[in-house]
Design a protein around this ligand. Structure first.
Ligand SMILES: O=c1ccn([C@@H]2O[C@H](COP(=O)(O)OP(=O)(O)O[C@H]3O[C@H](CO)[C@@H](O)[C@H](O)[C@H]3O)[C@@H](O)[C@H]2O)c(=O)[nH]1
Length: 489
């Protein structure tokens, strides 16, 4: 007999930037639809997640067995936030070993439901192999991308056109994505720049990306109205529906419980921000695991001081220092920096983790100097906060290009974790965005326009749904209709 409620299985890659949008989507589906949700991950990640679920949530957390030390990783490393850059690819390779356990998990859920398989599997874009498992078991499968359409489309396209090193010109076109203006080699992440088909990243991606064609759909945490170029790329490239269902974002409540300790309490942040004028604070953060070189840190600190702006800066130990080490700021900040900003009240330094959503939602926050990871980007635009871009890795370089050239809500300040950057250049970009310049006013106006598009996409009023809510309905309809066809056969 069929169960009273259909089951959905969700499975993100083990990284904060991936788990956060998956959790936000799970909570969104729970709030707006009538499905049972099983959220799959490794034990340590589930332990952290547990505290983020509202007390009355029915989302089931299901563990998939994983021992990092079986894969040449330090014991108990189950998330990229505790890994330095070279080990991230090792975790990705290790994750492919989860295939048999995942297959068994889906079979067990099917047995539990009296032989009724889950309605669909929603899995990470790094888990292309889950599409193959789903196809084998006759379950509807969707890739869910926490990255935006344009950024991921560029990323997909450059991976398919290797190699990029030793090319004749520094600028090049994407042959299968002509809508995008030329890219410069400095806009390629290190993993792609160094890839030649035989390295670890190439070996991983050459299996992962083509497996997406086994999937039935791609869901994007983005908005159709502003991200059509990238969505169209996937529609023609993979030949599957690409649905923009976002932004799904964690509420400040879920965020507050997200298993990460803030080094300053949320009340203290609020008090500090409340004391500052509207739009006067620059928020600086490079996401959940990226960091910059010690020399860049020095220049950034000098720029923040010289700009005279109020700022909150989430500081992680720079490249070359153990990511989990104690904060020893004296080595990479100008002498007396911390004491001076404390005394003047101009800045707050946060070690490792800040309540980002609360900061971006506060009226005193006027701009965000960011690596432009897609979650950070959406969280900023959701509150009409313009960006100053400093991409570090992955598709972030393409996000900055998109935000600057297509949406006009961002100014690029620097590229990469090792580029030479002078404090004057960073200061100039901060002033361009935050001061009453023509450019600054224009960027802020456009950021507010995008905020309106986001509101409309997520609107549900008087029976009228915004584009993102409709897209999620269409996705479930597609899954249900595949279920119906399978039953009729
Ligand atoms: O002090 C902090 C730092 C981060 N965050 C949160 O952590 C998330 C960070 O996500 P994101 O901005 O997307 O950065 P990454 O963690 O770097 O995200 C990875 O995943 C993203 C989505 O796939 C990609 O766009 C990025 O390139 C990839 O690095 C956001 O929700 C932030 O609000 C905090 O709450 N406090």
């Amino acid at each position: 007999m069929a169960p009273t409620k259909e089951n959905i299985v969700m499975f993100p890659f083990m990284a904060q930037g991936h788990i956060i949008p998956f959790l936000a989507l799970a909570l969104h589906i729970e709030r707006t639809s009538n499905y049972n949700i099983t959220f799959v991950n490794t034990s340590l990640n589930l332990n952290k997640l547990n505290s983020s679920l509202p007390p009355n949530s029915s989302i089931r957390l299901l563990e998939i067995p994983f021992d990092s030390s079986d894969h040449g990783l330090p014991p108990h490393t189950e998330n990229t936030d505790v890994l330095s850059y070279p080990l991230i690819i090792r975790l990705l390779h290790a994750s492919t070993s989860l295939q048999p356990a995942f297959r068994k998990l889906i079979q067990d859920i099917t047995c539990e439901q009296g032989g009724h398989p889950p309605l669909c599997i929603i899995a990470d874009f790094f888990f292309g192999w889950t599409a193959t498992v789903a196809k084998e078991l006759g379950v509807f499968h969707a890739v869910f991308s926490g990255a935006g359409g344009y950024g991921l489309a560029c990323y997909y396209s450059v991976w398919l056109a290797l190699p990029h090193r030793n090319t004749e010109s520094d600028e090049f076109e994407l042959q299968d994505f002509k809508e995008v203006s030329k890219l410069h080699v400095t806009q390629l992440p290190l993993s792609i720049l160094e890839a030649d088909g035989t390295d670890s990243w190439s070996i991983f991606q050459r299996k992962n990306l083509p497996a997406w064609v086994d999937s039935n759909a791609i869901l994007f945490n983005t908005v159709e109205e502003f991200d059509q170029i990238g969505l169209s790329y996937f529609r023609r490239k993979i030949g599957r529906p690409a649905w923009a269902i976002g932004p799904v974002l964690l509420s400040t409540e879920n965020r507050a419980r997200f298993g990460k300790e803030d080094s300053i309490t949320t009340d203290l942040f609020k008090e500090w921000l409340d004391s500052k004028p509207v739009n006067s604070v620059l928020y600086v953060s490079f996401g959940s695991h990226n960091t910059i070189a010690p020399s860049q840190m020095m220049q950034l600190a000098m720029a923040l001081e010289a700009s005279g702006k109020n700022f909150i800066w989430v500081v992680r130990p720079p490249i070359g220092f153990d990511i989990n080490s104690e904060f020893r700021s004296k080595e990479w900040l100008p002498e007396g920096f911390e004491e001076r900003i404390k005394e003047s009240g101009k800045g707050l330094l946060v070690h490792k983790w800040a309540p980002q959503v609360e900061i971006l939602a506060h009226k005193s926050t006027g701009a965000f100097l960011s690596h432009c990871g897609w979650n950070s980007t959406l969280e900023a635009l959701n509150h009409g906060v313009p960006l100053i871009g400093w991409a570090m890795a992955a598709e972030q370089f393409f996000n900055v290009k998109f935000l600057e050239e297509e949406l006009g809500v961002c100014v690029e300040a620097a590229r990469g974790k090792t580029c030479e950057i002078r404090c004057e250049e960073i200061k100039e970009k901060i002033e361009l965005v935050m001061n009453e310049t023509e450019k600054g006013k224009e960027i802020r106006r456009k950021a507010c326009e995008v905020m309106e598009m986001i509101k409309n996409a997520m609107k549900d009023k008087d029976g009228l749904k915004g584009s993102s809510l409709k897209a999620l309905d269409d996705f479930f309809q597609a899954a249900l209709s595949m279920r119906k066809k399978t039953h009729q056969q």
